[in-house]
Design a protein around this ligand. Sequence first.
Ligand code: ATP
Ligand code: MG
Length: 326
Amino acid sequence: MTVATVGVHIVDILARPVSYIPEGQDTALVDQIRLTAAGSAAGTAVDLVKLGNEVVSMGAIGDDELGDFLVAVMAKRGVDVSLLTRKAGEQTAASILPIRPDGGRPSFHVPGANLGVMPADLDEARLRGVRAVHLGGMDVTFGLGDPAFFALLDSLRASGAIVTMDLLSEMPDLLGMARAFLPHVDYVLPNDSQALLMAADLTADLTDGADAGSSAVSSPSVAEVSAAALALLGEGPRGVLVTMGAEGSLVVTEAGIEQVPALKIEVSDTTGCGDAYCAGFITGLLHGQDVVGAARWGTAAAAQVATGLGSDAGLTDLESTLALLT
Ligand SMILES: Nc1ncnc2c1ncn2[C@@H]1O[C@H](COP(=O)(O)OP(=O)(O)OP(=O)(O)O)[C@@H](O)[C@H]1O
Ligand SMILES: [Mg+2]
């Protein structure tokens, strides 16, 4: 196995286009409804397979029909789901996403079994055999924020594996706690609001009392994002890659700060763009790209996902992804 994805597994139910919720019992017709395997572990796992990696995914789902669907669709896409823990009586995490005509994506979400993921749900032996471990949504699977798991990550890195981390929520407390992972990962890939919220305590002096939470609602400036990313870099990872939607991403390492622009594409739905960015980035690193080069691979994979409905739509294979960069 090349890559293990660990953490959040979600079933996404998407409808497009939705511009209002019908009154009373009325029905609004839409063009398309899709069900996908999503979330920062499951969605990234599917994208990683499409980009040519062998992938095993670990985490927890319920013993319900949503869980049956998630296992079936991930397996159909080629992800090894044999190590997913199924928890009796729990609900598999799910989101309902009414996609706006402009691609905006409000959501309704049940965190379900993701909240109960523990180190005991992971297969240590399999983790020791992979070249990269992607931690998806450690703010939500906070049970993994455990000294024994941190020691395992340190040991995997010492034997040459790359450890990356993405976040899921926009909840200040959960994101603040997830900062504890930073000394134990190589690269962290939050979006801009997550970066600001994660760094809020660290940058309080820099922002001179400004409320990082409120600036995260409107789009934060590149200066604000840079300050947050530098603060997060100070916590120990080798790189902080902050995605900023249509503005692209900021790649922050000891070598400096570089902005990688997004590709210009016709946007249909941006759900899962962050997951695809992670998948492209990891694939780039595994192919020997440097950090900025790998960020470009991530940008190309994310651009493809923005063209279709759902977190894996638009992405097909590595060749077509890399063709966008030429
Ligand atoms: N409108 C867009 N046009 C082109 N590229 C986009 C657009 N939106 C997102 N992207 C690409 O996707 C990357 C990740 O997007 P974004 O910052 O929205 O991630 P995210 O909020 O983590 O998404 P999610 O968690 O749902 O996967 C961006 O860095 C950019 O390269
Ligand atoms: Mg994201």
